[in-house]
Design a protein around this ligand. Sequence first.
Ligand code: CP
Length: 319
Amino acid sequence: MKLFTSVHDVANVPAIVKEALELKANPFAHQELGKNKTIGLIFLNPSLRTRLSTQKAALNLGMNAIVMNIDKEGWALETRDGVVMNGTTVEHIREAAGVMGEYCDILGIRSFPSLKDKEEDYTEDIFNKFIKYSGIPVISLESATRHPLQSFADLITIEEHKKTAKPKVVLTWAPHVKALPQAVPNSFAEWMCKAQEEGMIDFVITHPEGYELAENFTPGAKITYNQDEALSGADFIYVKNWSSYEDYGKVLTEGEGWMMTQEKLKITNKAKVMHCLPVRRDLELGSDILDSEDSLVIKEAANRVWAAQAVIKGILEEL
Ligand code: CP
């Protein structure tokens, strides 16, 4: 693997899920692979799970890890080309990424969208500049449009907890007070559509009108505005808020009635409930579920380590 920005960078999805579960069973089997190699984990935005799990994965592989919150600890970054830097920005992304490429063998980047400029966000302008100017393999720690390490961990979690050969997996929109990116649902949909293609799951998306994701992320998914229809017989429910893609970055509804509760689980096939975290209790997802055996949120977060480790291992093997 040369790059990890989406499911499209993975040659064989069932095989990499199997590999992650093998790493979970034997975390320190490949310590020689990362010896004297350095991963830089660069955050333009906040993180708990991604930061800790990816660092742990690298250490499990014998690597050195440098972590930097560039938004708080670095020079104010200029990402536009062709501008005279006579304002508040101090360092251009060309030099910053180039220098990172000198210090590290692999770079992880987190860069959220503006939610103001759809074109800039969906062309992954900032993320692609890090790839171009660092000149080394880059792992997405969540970009403007995708969060592939999260979605990979989600698929590992489904594989571990499934009770039928081909479980029904539902992505449901949830209420929130803020406009959130589409990165997590885009990426989850992309991974689940691939898993569906591989015969691993059946995949359904449900959301209020106006919250359609970009079509290229949902090939083959069944999409319905009727949440009850989607939840009926579900084995896994993935709860997530996102802002509108069409009316870009807008919150269109308060989403009354869309929060997942124990009452709603009654029509499912004793579904397990997932969320990438952080979650706003009793707004997005009822604490009656989060505090119950039906919640997989902590196990999902734990699996972030094995997703990251499988990806970093794949890249180390090709350095
Ligand atoms: N789910 C996730 O990526 O968590 P963090 O934003 O805390 O890294």
